[in-house]
Design a protein around this ligand. Structure first.
Ligand SMILES: [Zn+2]
Length: 463
């Protein structure tokens, strides 16, 4: 795309649209099933998106290890349907749906009410919700068509179902997991019985979850298939509050370490607690569309283990070494949305500025999470001696820093623009001087400053 066309297009787009466009253009994120017109709430990660995602996961796993006494788990997406009955998701994990009769849009009744500053409580029954909706019906307008022609509010369960293993009418349908946490609770005893861990300790896992969102929206923010990075920390009830406060601090620090500015992060306490929580705070990020959730830090009490004890008959109590009494541990949960974190990091690092009199788009990603650490260019690709030397440098460097990229497409200016958009911190150019004295230029993404570095010192410089 030519620079002028890009500039004109960019002027008319919102920041979120610009991020969507950049991530597609540069191979971070593609719309799911795009060739068939898309599939609501689905996105596919491309080459650079996969690398960025992995770097964010690695940073998360590192902070979990650093906390200490942490077991990792990878539980299956499909579980016995009883898991979701015990957890309360089958009966209590709902979103209120209302349909616009004029344009057939399916809308969240609570979001509609929020648009006129009316708060719907998560615990409200269908009848209560309908009363609240009817009281405010006159004020409510469909955000899609502007009409005021709504049906009744219906509670819709968020769990997605599947016919996996269902061959006859009487076979049960299975749920796709709606959160990774339940896989952790049902494996609590297994981890405990390995003998490596005793309370307090945590179990952490990263994995896909599925929710039947009524209106998936805002790009990676509200998807129907998404990924969580969850950790459940099992503590004695008397230590739960202290553990909760410690985790709150650590989790906020994680986002700052990813390169997100403090002023774009805040804590928000839940006004209405979900069915399992004793206390709940969200870390919110200032997305291009406003403040919204990035991660939830919850004190779940002994709700989950008690429920699974009741439904499975397995004893989940542990021994208090001091008092010799048996008790069910409390759970402090940190539940991060991986896709939301990717979106926050992209929004945070997206920038437009001018360099050498030319407008550019740049992703100011922290080098530790940038998908590509350096790009290597021969100054000209039609000079065999330059290309040969550049291949040598590239080959040697790749053994030290595998996340590098070869780029000889178009002139140097174009290559810089491309790497800036990927967020590559450094570009290494092999020119005629390299052939004379074995030095290369290293150009900094943020300042555009170029420095001559000897090939010998290149790895150290880039690290
Ligand atoms: Zn409508």
């Amino acid at each position: 795309m030519c620079a002028l066309k890009l500039r004109m297009e960019n002027n008319n787009l919102s920041k979120l649209d610009k991020i969507v466009s950049l991530t597609k253009r540069r191979g971070f994120v593609f719309q799911g099933s795009e060739i068939y017109g898309g599939f609501a709430g689905m996105y596919d990660y491309g080459h650079h998106g996969v690398a960025l995602r992995q770097n964010i996961v690695n940073a998360w796993m590192r902070t979990m290890r650093m906390h200490g006494k942490m077991a990792f788990l990878d539980s299956s997406i499909f579980t016995s349907p009883k898991v979701w009955e015990a957890s309360g998701h089958v009966s209590g994990f709902n979103d209120p749906l209302v349909v616009c009769f004029s344009c057939h849009s399916k809308l969240r009744a609570d979001h509609l009410l929020e648009s006129v500053d009316v708060q719907a409580d998560e615990k409200m029954s269908e009848t209560e919700l309908n009363e609240l909706f009817d009281t405010n019906r006159e004020k409510l307008k469909c955000p899609v068509c502007g009409k005021k022609n709504f049906g009744k509010v219906v509670q819709k369960n968020l769990l997605a179902t599947s016919t996996l293993g269902k061959f006859e009418e009487e076979d049960e349908e299975a749920y796709l997991r709606g959160e990774t946490a339940q896989g952790i609770f049902i494996n609590f005893k297994n981890v405990l019985n390995t003998g490596f861990y005793n309370v307090p300790f945590g179990i952490a896992q990263v994995g896909k979850v599925f929710r039947n969102e009524i209106s998936p929206r805002q790009f990676l923010f509200r998807k129907r298939e998404f990924e969580q990075m969850e950790m459940q920390y099992f503590v004695h009830p008397r230590d739960a509050e202290k553990a909760y406060e410690d985790w709150k601090k650590e989790r906020m620090q994680y986002y700052i370490d990813l390169g997100i500015k403090k002023e774009n992060l805040r804590w928000k306490q839940h006004e209405h607690l979900v069915f399992y929580a004793r206390d709940a705070w969200d870390i919110q990020y200032k997305y291009p569309f406003g403040w919204d959730e990035l991660e939830g830090v919850h004190n779940r009490g002994d709700y989950d283990l008690t429920q699974h004890q009741k439904f499975s008959g397995v004893d989940f109590r542990v021994m208090d070494e001091e008092t010799k009494e048996r008790y069910i541990p409390y759970v402090v949960e940190t539940s991060a949305g991986l896709d939301r974190t990717i979106l926050a990091v992209l929004a945070e690092s997206y920038d437009e500025d001018e360099m050498n009199g030319e407008k550019r788009v740049v992703l100011r990603l922290k080098p530790s999470i940038a998908p590509i650490k350096a790009a290597v260019f021969p100054l000209m690709r039609n000079k065999p001696e330059l290309v040969k030397k550049a291949e040598e440098v590239f080959g040697a460097l790749k053994k030290e820093i595998p996340e590098i990229m070869w780029d000889d497409n178009g002139n140097i200016g174009k290559r810089y623009r491309r790497q800036d958009e990927i967020g590559t911190p450094n570009c290494v150019t092999i020119d005629f001087e390299t052939l004379e004295n074995d030095s290369v230029t290293v150009r900094d993404r943020d300042t555009g400053k170029q420095e001559r570095v000897s090939v010998k010192e290149l790895t150290t410089k880039l690290r």
